[in-house]
Design a protein around this ligand. Structure first.
Ligand code: SF4
Ligand code: MG
Length: 310
């Protein structure tokens, strides 16, 4: 239903290749996890998908139509079809508005039903996200972080979108609350047949919720596979390093440490050749000059790294 093609995002005078050469697709009822370090371009990509940013080249397609250049009727209907949940529910909710009013806003703007029906729809959504109808009149500061994120989810779902872009939606929450919100997102996905583009720097969170996972490094996807395959057989040295950083329970978990060294380079001056080469433990001569292409060593599992080139 949803496709991205070769994105590039231009900012100010310089062309910042915040996101480049990204090509992903997603079907209804599925979660595509996008993982990478902060600053790698994940949020830029998320904002492009929901049209908060326009790429300088490339396109984003929903059911085959461009979300930037599609037909008028299609573009008009888009806000109801695609929604976003942000990392920080405090700054994404208006502190001077009751949460019920915030959730109801889109219904009011689009004149969906009578005012009593709109309120009833909001109260029903509050219970679907694990809150109560009487929470309608309360204000954001009266809620915990986890409850506020439930409110943000209710607001994103109130127009019954098909695609929800979740940008680090649990990163600001305690670990115990993270699991509750992830489980809630999973239940709502089944109920409404939602597609999620789920963004996180945390591979254990991504692994919990995703059907497929794309690994992003410095604005490019470097590996993509079904979640199980990616965890069982990570192919890109960057993915392996991310996996090594995930704590493994149990005393026998003697995994070879392959942690990331060095910082993420600036997207203003990306390294030549493979963008990961200055940090890669398996770097070879050609990695410094030749950009790796795509290979698919196993069905549905693609990687951009010279180690896997045929
Ligand atoms: Fe490392 Fe070379 Fe693969 Fe890049 S192409 S990840 S530098 S081995
Ligand atoms: Mg971000």
């Amino acid at each position: 239903m949803f496709k991205l093609r070769r994105q590039m995002f231009a900012a100010e005078a310089q062309t910042v290749r915040a996101v480049d050469n990204v090509s992903l697709s997603l079907e209804r009822g599925q979660t595509l996890g996008l993982v990478g370090e902060s600053g790698c371009g994940k949020s830029t990509l998320a904002r492009m998908v929901v049209r908060l940013l326009e790429p300088s080249s490339g396109d984003i397609l929903l059911d085959g139509q461009s979300v930037f250049h599609g037909e008028d009727a299609f573009l008009k209907a888009l806000p109801g079809r695609m929604q976003m949940v942000f990392q920080d529910p405090v700054s994404s909710l208006n502190p001077r508005r009751s949460v019920g009013k915030s959730i109801q806003e889109a219904l009011d703007i689009h004149n969906v039903g009578s005012s009593a029906e709109r309120r009833a729809t909001v109260e029903e959504m509050l219970s679907l996200v694990g809150l109560r109808a009487e929470h309608y009149a309360r204000y954001p500061h009266e809620f915990s972080g986890g409850q506020r994120q439930r409110v943000a989810v209710a607001r994103a779902l109130i127009m019954r979108p098909e695609l929800v872009v979740c940008d680090e939606p649990v990163s600001s929450l305690d670990v115990s609350v993270q699991a509750q919100v992830l489980n809630l997102l999973g239940e709502l996905q089944k109920r409404f047949n939602l597609a999620y583009l789920f963004i996180s720097h945390d591979l254990s969170v991504i692994g919990h919720i995703s059907d497929r996972i794309a690994v992003m490094y410095l604005g490019s996807i470097v590996e993509e596979a079904d979640a199980d395959a990616l965890f069982a057989n990570p192919l890109h040295p960057y993915t392996r390093a991310l996996l090594m950083a995930v704590p493994v329970p149990g005393p026998d978990a003697r995994r070879q440490r392959q942690t990331l060294h060095g910082d993420l380079p600036s997207p203003l001056a990306p390294p030549s050749g493979c963008p990961f080469h200055p940090r890669c433990l398996e770097v070879m001569d050609r990695c410094r000059t030749v950009v790796p292409g795509w290979d698919m060593p196993e069905a549905g599992h693609r990687v951009s790294c010279h180690l896997h080139a045929k």
